[in-house]
Write a protein that binds this ligand. Sequence first.
Ligand code: FES
Length: 608
Amino acid sequence: MPVLRYQEKTFPVPAGNLLEILRSEKALAEYTESIAAPCGGHGTCGKCRVGIRAPAGAVTAPGERELSLLRSVTAPLPEGYIWRLACRCEILAGTVDLWLPEKEGSLTGAQAVFSAREEGTAPWITWQQVSLARPTLADPVAVDENLRRQGIDMPMTDRAANRITALLTAAMDASPGKTEKIPLWIAHNGTQIADAGDSPVPLYAGAVDLGTTTVALSLWRDDGVRLGGTVLANPTRSCGADVISRISYAIDNEDGTERMARQMREAVDTALAGLAAEAGISPARISCRILAGNSVMEHLYAGRNPAPIGKVPFYSQSRFGGIMTGEPMTYLAPTAASYVGGDILMGAAWLLWDRPERREKTVLFLDLGTNGELGIYRDGKFIFAATAAGPAFEGAHITLGMPATPGAVTGIQKTEDGFALTAVDGKPPVGLCGSGILDGMGQMLELGLADAYGGLVDDREAWNTSLPDGLGVDAEGEQCTFAPGIYLTQGDVRQIQTARAAIAAGVEVLCRAAGVDAEQIEEVCLAGSFGHALDVRSAARVGLFPGILADRVSTVGNTSEAGCAAFWLYRAFREILDEVRRTSVYIELSAQPDFGELYMEKMCFEAE
Ligand code: FES
């Protein structure tokens, strides 16, 4: 059996594809969870880089395509190691030393932060006192039947069942043969019992935005106190950058769905346990999780194969909007369509709950994560659509693209003698995340380094600026450099261009469906991590929305996670979510006759 050696530890592994081994070997998970594989292991993105040192015959030799993808990699490696693409490297025999790029530090991203409302909370789960009959030899009534006799007929979590049983037994032991009735407290939401106790102690819930690339979560007490929050990489991104590649992984691997479900649940549970420990409470006291994600992520989290979402007619197994089977108690947000997920519905409800005055307005809601999801609110209802923008603004399929981790460029501004770059945590720039990509593209268009058709302009005379040697477009017209080692290539610009076209065409079709002109839109709400650090002028210059709307943009943060927290805490929010679910309308962009033509039109970067 071959052996992988990493940081002095050895791991016997089956012979086979290295990426597959890294994905499936549990013992290696803690080290390899941050390996990205945006193309899903098809050998086209060049992002699954690892360093290896192996004797002859221990691994397969790199092919031409792999070598060409690795040619531009200049990052240093320890002596004796070479870069390989994990998805192109087969482990054959012997001992192979592994070196992994530095594990990502904490991700940055928009998080749900809001103050508790004055009207007080009405949590989704509340305590109720019950008096259970004392089981006797003549009537050894079971716990569930005992509850039914008290008029409480609902399923319960294992934790609740075990707690009730333990409390009942303890009370019986403490007063043998005495009391007829034994009082205790159960915590439930009317449909399921989540917990039990001998007194109504505070309840806690996790609010989880399950993104395709990142997972943002926070821990909330039932009186509205936020105990902490964090953002982590979605561990299943090693199975592909976007939802389509995750669907392919679920289809191509017999246990792919279960494996991805396990990875995500473990990541969420571990992160929530960490937040609980920091707050000084036992992780066991977290009664439930309120979770929202796109439809594919919710399917996978629930252990449901999302295969039908991947092909015409794009149907799904479930629209969710209820409690997931299994432990712990988890509410999955309702979805509006296969490509308009629970994250959007939670976000839409949040917009109306957070600012009720929006009900009187025409509002454009954009969540431009790995999937482009759009909505227009007008006359009391949302019209939603999804557009295949691809993950360019998440950094995938962009040569130097990366998540918003330390060293990721979030902003690029023109200065007198070049460009000023802003990077996460003030670290030296190593790559570009979404807002940096958009800023870079905006600068290129503004300064004439790229033309309206997305072609790089390699003629210095034609630029609207002078730049020192080494910055701007190179003589071959292949890449535009903003700082040493930080650039966008012609191929990157094509990715941005198609993403831009999909979003801009989607916005226009949605406006037509809602019967509004762009100028009638009174507010543009930009959600998600992408909107978090975004320069609105760059977004407008690149053409994600009509320029006329640039001064009407509000960045609203992670509305999905905020919605999950509000769902946990406020009845009024739960009613608004239900209203959004009942009244919203979905339109399938690919079925709209004008979408194709608009898409082609919007490939042009002309300012609108
Ligand atoms: S090249 Fe290996 S995952 Fe994309």
